[in-house]
Design a binder for this molecule. Structure first.
Ligand SMILES: [Fe+2]
Ligand SMILES: [Fe+2]
Length: 376
């Protein structure tokens, strides 16, 4: 006999799926202004040498901004192991830590190293390396590492959006470097922004200075592209003029700055801060949709398409009462956005001794019942 509680649970799971689907559909409908171009699918030839796109692919500023990065050749590239992903993530965080610590003295930025690290990240994300991407959500850190981790996470999310837009390899590297350095001016104000109490008006106006300060620091490092400099100054500017510093015309905000600004807000929402808990990815997307005039619709749509409503690394409870981690997404079937789960606990809450994967392409009766917050 079917129990009422099972029917209710099933309906809830269906409602959640419909909610996820309607969010995507809403995004499509609301975020498809005239002129919105179709996002190109990510390039699968990630390791070819790609020269800068002569057509500029419609990017703002692309016609005037030279991509100042030597093309790199990675002939034997492949998706690396989870351990190597963690090492790449940790190495980039510690590199950013050094840069941010030195930024107060307008410290030197090793552009060869930042390019090499970003190239590795771009390479792995281009190959759909889910582990590295999931670290942007699950990568844990101590409070003193907040800013370097935030910078690396924004870099990963920005590159994902760039991939969704069909950016070339040099563009992805330039965008990634710009994202890594977007908050370089923030190191001097981190003690204010990390405090648990609400900022006073005076403190908030001090924190707002970090964008001009960032530009000042990056200008002293002559090897960075003009667009990376713009991102440090523009990443809090918004199309509806709600951001800062005041922009004369929203149209003049560089596309990299718009992408990094969106990734920055999303990243901040899905991580906890001393004064608030984290948002679930679905809630964060909903918040961003509610402020859609601040961001370019085409970019929100791309972010949703690339990240999904259940990003890789999400912890969920299934209708089978098993606890599972999302390990692969299904970008083409929006009603069933997850392609693969790793079961972590069985239906009685017991830890699994063996690795159990659940391929959703062949399962129709299994649904997500609840999304869980990861413990910090
Ligand atoms: Fe910032
Ligand atoms: Fe930021």
């Amino acid at each position: 006999m079917v129990r009422l509680s099972e029917i209710i649970a099933k309906n809830r799971a269906t409602a959640r799926q419909i909610q996820a689907k309607s969010l995507l559909e809403r995004a499509r409908k609301e975020l498809s202004p005239e002129g919105a171009k179709e996002t190109a699918s990510a390039k699968s030839t990630a390791y070819e040498v790609i020269s800068p796109d002569a057509e500029g692919r419609g990017q703002q500023g692309a016609e005037t901004s030279e991509v100042r990065i030597s093309p790199l050749v990675l002939k034997e590239a492949k998706v690396v192991s989870d351990k190597e992903d963690l090492e790449l993530y940790a190495e980039t965080v510690s590199f950013m830590k050094e840069i941010l610590q030195g930024s107060g003295n307008d410290g030197f930025i090793d552009t060869a190293r930042i390019t090499a690290l970003t190239d590795k990240i771009v390479g792995q994300l281009s190959l759909n390396n889910g582990k590295l991407y999931s670290l942007a959500f699950t990568g844990d850190w101590q409070d003193e590492d907040h800013l370097p981790c935030h910078s690396v996470n924004v870099c990963i999310l920005s590159i994902e959006v760039g991939l969704g837009l069909g950016y070339s390899r040099p563009e992805l590297i330039e965008l990634g470097i710009s994202a890594l350095l977007h908050d370089i001016g923030m190191a001097e104000y981190a003690h204010i922004s990390n405090q648990t109490e609400k900022l006073t008006a005076e403190e908030y106006s001090q924190v707002k200075e970090h964008t001009d300060r960032g530009l000042q620091i990056l200008k002293k490092n002559g090897n960075l592209s003009e667009r990376a400099l713009q991102v440090s100054r523009q990443h809090h500017m918004r199309l509806d003029y709600s951001g800062y510093p005041e922009e004369p015309e929203a149209e003049s905000i560089d596309e990299y700055s718009r992408i990094v600004g969106l990734a920055d807000v999303y990243q901040a929402m899905v991580h906890p801060r001393p004064y608030r808990d984290r948002f679930l990815p679905l809630e964060a997307m909903r918040e961003i949709l509610a402020t859609k005039k601040a961001f370019e619709p085409r970019l929100i749509k791309t972010l949703i398409e690339k990240i999904g409503v259940y990003p890789i690394g999400s912890l969920v409870e299934l209708n089978t009462k098993e606890m599972a981690e999302v390990i692969e997404l299904n970008h083409s079937v929006h009603l069933r956005p997850v392609a693969k789960f790793r079961i972590i606990r069985d239906s009685d809450g017991g830890k699994l001794k063996l690795n159990k994967l659940l391929d959703m392409t062949a399962r129709t009766g299994i649904n997500i019942k609840k999304v869980m917050l990861r413990k910090r």
